[in-house]
Design a protein around this ligand. Structure first.
Ligand code: G1P
Length: 283
């Protein structure tokens, strides 16, 4: 595991997953499988690749499956061992389960992304921490958080992952305005889900952030914004007034698995890289 100066990452997973009902009535949307591996595992492994040592899930009472998934299942492991299937044990109990610290905090009520992140305030010890929204699946080498980390190491500042959105996508995201300074985009404004005509650019923030822990002070001051929720975007707009914030257009394939189209595309993409499924895709 690589040593990095970014050790903690917050995973807000308390959302209701209403776009995927009925399955999300009893299964967290983060547990939806991309063939046989849940979305949350891709996100956790991306964080570990960037050197994260503590993952903090901001969760709700309906998300117990996530807690179970990152714990040991004694009965299953013993049965598999007795049956001589140690290679399957390695799949269900990767080494990092013993090396990484998993913390769980309950968000009492869903009240926006900013409010979810604020729940982790008392656990964050370092000056900067990562945020991963697991329904944004990013397949890239190096992983997306690691790409953001490179910019953070250069600038010692907050970094937002962004992508070039089409005109009809901008109203689903936080959208930045920025200036290119020595090859890095320095953010000078950010708005939550603007109408296409009001969007300051086409650079939209997706589910990867490295933020200064001063963001907690900004979130505490943030009044309810869009949809009457405490928006992380509004707190970042305040952070920019006091600190540098940069943006990185990541390199890789991104699937917005919060939408059915994105989810299906992710499954097809993964299947097409596995020999035995290729012929099914090509039919
Ligand atoms: C949230 C943020 C938004 C960001 C998006 C990325 O929106 O509020 O700024 O662009 O995540 O996925 P949500 O998708 O939760 O509506």
């Amino acid at each position: 595991m690589s040593k990095s100066n970014l050790k903690q990452a917050v995973f807000p997973v308390a959302g209701l997953g209403s776009r995927f009902l009925p399955v999300t009535k009893s299964i967290p949307k983060e547990m939806l499988p991309i063939i046989d591996k849940p979305l949350i595992q891709f996100a956790v492994e991306e964080a570990i690749e960037a050197g994260i040592e503590e993952i903090i899930f901001v969760t709700s009472h309906t998300k117990k499956a996530i807690e179970d998934y990152f714990s040991m299942n004694y009965e299953l492991e013993h049965r598999l061992k007795d049956a001589g299937k140690s290679e399957v044990v390695e799949i269900i109990h990767p080494k990092y389960l013993d090396e990484i610290k998993f913390s769980f905090i309950r968000q009492s009520e869903p009240n926006g992304l900013g409010h979810a992140i604020l729940q982790a305030k008392h656990i964050i010890t370092d000056d900067f921490f990562g945020i991963i929204l697991a329904d944004d699946l990013i397949l890239s080498e190096p992983g997306c958080l690691k790409q953001l980390l490179e910019i953070h190491e250069k600038t010692q500042s907050s970094v937002l992952g962004v992508f070039s959105a089409s005109e009809n996508q901008v109203s689903n995201y936080g959208v930045i305005s920025s200036k290119n300074i020595d090859g890095v985009e320095k953010v000078d404004g950010i708005v939550e889900k603007p109408k296409p005509a009001d969007a300051p650019s086409n650079l939209a923030v997706f589910g990867r952030y490295i933020l200064s822990k001063n963001i907690f002070l900004n979130i505490e001051q943030t009044k309810p914004g869009l949809n009457n929720e405490i928006q992380l975007t509004d707190a970042i707009q305040d952070l920019i007034l006091n600190e540098d914030v940069f943006a990185l257009e990541f390199e890789g394939r991104r699937f917005d698995c919060g939408s059915k189209e994105g989810y299906i595309s992710a499954i097809i993409d993964r299947a097409s890289s596995i020999d035995k499924f290729k012929s099914i895709i090509e039919k």
